[in-house]
Design a protein around this ligand. Structure first.
Ligand SMILES: [Mn+2]
Length: 351
C-alpha cells in the first residue's frame, strides 16, 4: 500500500511541505488544471508539476482526474477526436512516469452534496447529502446546490439534462464501452492503469443516468475490456453511501483480482433513506467497517495507492470543503495504523 494525499496545485491552501510531514506519506495525487477538458495535456505541463512535487520529497504517480468530455459520455460525433486526445494524454502521462489515471463517467456533475458545512456534535463540520432536499429540486427550474459546476448557463444545463434523459442507462453504458475500447489500448501499450471512480452518491439524481454504483456495475465494467489496465478507484465513501453496498466484500473480490489500482478510504454515516454525512475515518464514527476494509486490502496483498478521501473541518481550519489538512492527515495515520496492526498480527501468528 502506498499512502497518498490529494493536492490541488498552487492554489491549494495546504502546502506540500506540510503534507510531507504526515507520517508514512508516499506521494501526491493531483492534476493539470489549466488545460480545457478534451484537449491533450502537454508533456511540458505534466513534467513541471511532477518536478515541483518531487522537489518537496513526495512522489507523483497518480492523476485524479483526467476529466472525460461530456461529448464522449453523450456519444456525440465529436467523440472520436476527443477520445484520441484522451489516449494521447494517457501516453504523455506515461512518458512522465505516471502510473494510474483516475477518472469518472458521471453525467454533467461529479459529486453532489446539499450541505458543505454541516455541524457535528463535536463542533467539527462536514459534507452532507439530504435525499429529500434533492428530491424536491426541479432541475427544470435550475439547480442551486453548493459546490455545483456553475460554468453552465441555466438554458444550457436544461438542454444537457434533457439530452441525458433521452440516452438513459443503456446508451450511457454503450458510450462508456466505446470510450474504454478507445483508451485502454493506449493504457496497455504505455503502462498506465486506468481507474474509474464510482458515482457519488451511487444513485440517479435529477433524472440523470448513473451506471457505476454497485457490485454488478463494477463487474460489468471490468468485463468490457478484461485486462488489468481497465481497473477501479474503489471509493469506500461513495459506494458506502448506499447501505446495500458491502465494501469489504468488494475489496476482497476486486483487489483479489488485481483490478483495484487506487483506494479511496473514508467513512460515512448513512440511513435507509439515502441521507448521509461524512465522518471521521474511525470505524465507529460512521457506518463503514474501515478496519475490515483495510484488512481486506492487506489480505489481498494490495500494493496500489491509497488516500484518505475527504476529511471534516476541525481545529478551526478553513479551506476547500472536504480537503483540509488536519482531518485527512488523521485519516492517513489511522489507515497506516490499521495496516501496521494487521501486518504485525500476521507476523506474530507466523512465528
Ligand atoms: Mn472518492
Amino acid at each position: 500500500m502506498k499512502m497518498t494525499f490529494r493536492w490541488y496545485g498552487d492554489g491549494d491552501p495546504v502546502p506540500l511541505d506540510y503534507i510531507r510531514q504526515i507520517p508514512g506519506m508516499y506521494g501526491i495525487v493531483s492534476a493539470v488544471y489549466d488545460v480545457p477538458v478534451g484537449e491533450v495535456w502537454p508533456v511540458e505541463k505534466i513534467r513541471t508539476l511532477k518536478t515541483k512535487i518531487e522537489s518537496h520529497g513526495l512522489k507523483f504517480e497518480v492523476i485524479e482526474s483526467v476529466p472525460v468530455h461530456e461529448d464522449i459520455k453523450l456519444g456525440r460525433p465529436t467523440r472520436d477526436r476527443l477520445i484520441a486526445n484522451y489516449a494521447q494524454t494517457v501516453r504523455n502521462l506515461a512518458q512522465c512516469g505516471l502510473k494510474v489515471v483516475c477518472y469518472n463517467f458521471m453525467p454533467v456533475f461529479d459529486w453532489t452534496r446539499t450541505i458543505l458545512a454541516m455541524k457535528l456534535d463535536d463542533g467539527s463540520s462536514t459534507l452532507a447529502f439530504d435525499a429529500d432536499e434533492v428530491a424536491r429540486i426541479d432541475p427544470e427550474q435550475g439547480i442551486n446546490l453548493p459546490g455545483w459546476d456553475t460554468s453552465y448557463k441555466p438554458a444550457e444545463l436544461k438542454a444537457l439534462l434533457a439530452e441525458y434523459r433521452g440516452i438513459g442507462e443503456a446508451q450511457l453504458w454503450a458510450n462508456l464501452e466505446y470510450f474504454l475500447k478507445g483508451v485502454i489500448p493506449a493504457a496497455q501499450e504505455s503502462g498506465i492503469k486506468m481507474a474509474i471512480h464510482p458515482d457519488d452518491p451511487p444513485r440517479p439524481i435529477f433524472g440523470l443516468p448513473r451506471i457505476v454504483k454497485n457490485v454488478a456495475d463494477l463487474r460489468r465494467l471490468l468485463a468490457i475490456v478484461d485486462v488489468p489496465e481497465n481497473g477501479l478507484t474503489l471509493c469506500a465513501g461513495s459506494l458506502g453511501a448506499d447501505i446495500g453496498n458491502n465494501i469489504v466484500t468488494m475489496v476482497q473480490e476486486f483487489a483479489g483480482q488485481g483490478r483495484i489500482h487506487f483506494a479511496h478510504i473514508r467513512n460515512v454515516k448513512v440511513d435507509e433513506k439515502g441521507n448521509f454525512h461524512e465522518t471521521a475515518h474511525k470505524s465507529d464514527c460512521g457506518s463503514l467497517d474501515i478496519a475490515g476494509i483495510v484488512k481486506a486490502y492487506y489480505d489481498a496483498g494490495y500494493e496500489g495507492y491509497v488516500r484518505p478521501d475527504h476529511g471534516r473541518m476541525i481545529w478551526g481550519e478553513t479551506g476547500k470543503p472536504g480537503y483540509g489538512l488536519y482531518d485527512r492527515a488523521l485519516g492517513a495515520v489511522y489507515i497506516n495504523g490499521l495496516w501496521e496492526g494487521v501486518a504485525k498480527g500476521e507476523e506474530k501468528s507466523a512465528h
